[in-house]
Design a protein around this ligand. Structure first.
Ligand SMILES: [Zn+2]
Length: 228
């Protein structure tokens, strides 16, 4: 902070609010108040190889483990968080959530070699200014120190949003949506795919099927939220 007094004055005039409950944030709180952070509807399981998220991938793509940190439901704090990191330019908040999540599940990363975020199309990333999944990955990296490869997967079509599509349309839409940019150096590695939210799984599975082309690769999945 370059101008601490000015910043304090600005905080008085325009206090920073919690993205979930709209209460004024206390000193040391960023984006979300501690009460909202501690009462997030977190996944109760820490069995990473047998859980509801794993079931989404079952029979479609072989994973070592999969986990989503919170349950996503409409009109909840989790929806507020996802909305802010995706549409409100809060890329630092995405990093913050990646950090908090990985601090809570350090065991998850023990045998992972590399992190790959679900890519946005280049055009979309330019418009948004960042890729929220990559920012979550950066937050994870802060805690566990793993390398991130944001260029390994490419989004081949400038795809309209999946939000208003039904299940079947989403699956069709996701087919052939990604391509693998490289193979070298990743043979036999354990790659972790990161997304902000898992819904039908169509996007994640399309990404994972691309990564599966790497010889002897092991794959896992992690997202901030699951459901919706
Ligand atoms: Zn709050």
């Amino acid at each position: 902070m370059k101008f601490p007094i000015l910043n304090s004055l600005l905080d008085l005039v325009y206090p920073k609010l919690c993205v979930c409950c709209n209460r004024v944030l206390m000193e040391g709180e960023e984006n979300i108040c501690l009460t909202c952070l501690y009462t997030l509807p977190k996944s109760q399981t820490h069995n990473f190889s047998d859980n509801k998220v794993m079931d989404i991938f079952l029979g479609r793509v072989h994973l070592q483990k999969a986990f989503s940190w919170c349950h996503f439901e409409k009109e909840t704090s989790v929806q507020n968080i996802l909305h802010h990191i995706k549409y409100k330019g809060k890329y630092k908040f995405a990093r913050q959530m990646g950090e908090v999540m990985s601090q809570e599940i350090p065991d998850f990363f023990a045998d992972i070699d590399a992190i790959v975020p679900v890519p946005l199309h280049q055009k979309k990333q330019k418009i948004r200014g960042y890729n929220q999944s990559e920012e979550i990955a950066k937050g994870i990296q802060e805690v566990v120190g793993l390398p991130i490869f944001p260029e390994l997967l490419k989004r081949t079509r400038f795809n309209e949003t999946q939000t208003h599509k039904n299940k079947e349309e989403r699956w069709k839409n996701a087919e052939g949506l990604f391509s693998l940019a490289a193979n070298e150096g990743f043979e036999g590695k354990h790659i972790l795919l990161i997304d902000d939210v898992l819904t039908t799984g169509s996007t994640a599975i399309a990404c994972l099927k691309c990564l599966q082309q790497i010889p002897n690769v092991k794959l896992s999945f992690l997202s901030l939220a699951f459901g919706g």
